[in-house]
Design a protein around this ligand. Structure first.
Ligand SMILES: [Zn+2]
Length: 54
């Protein structure tokens, strides 16, 4: 299953969650530190392939 990366806008904590696509679509994530739902999703590590041009 894919890993989703999030950052909390309340306390700045970054965390990851392993979710199925279905769970990801259905459930809003909450910060494990402060329980805020003001979290932003970061780029998945799996899609962050390096494609640098020199
Ligand atoms: Zn937080």
């Amino acid at each position: 299953m894919p890993t989703y990366e999030y950052r909390c806008e309340g306390c700045g904590k970054e965390f990851s969650a392993i979710l199925s696509i279905d769970e990801h679509d259905r459930e809003a994530q909450r910060c494990p530190e402060c329980k805020s739902n003001k979290v932003v999703q970061l780029l998945s590590v799996f899609t962050a392939q390096t494609s640098r041009k020199s």
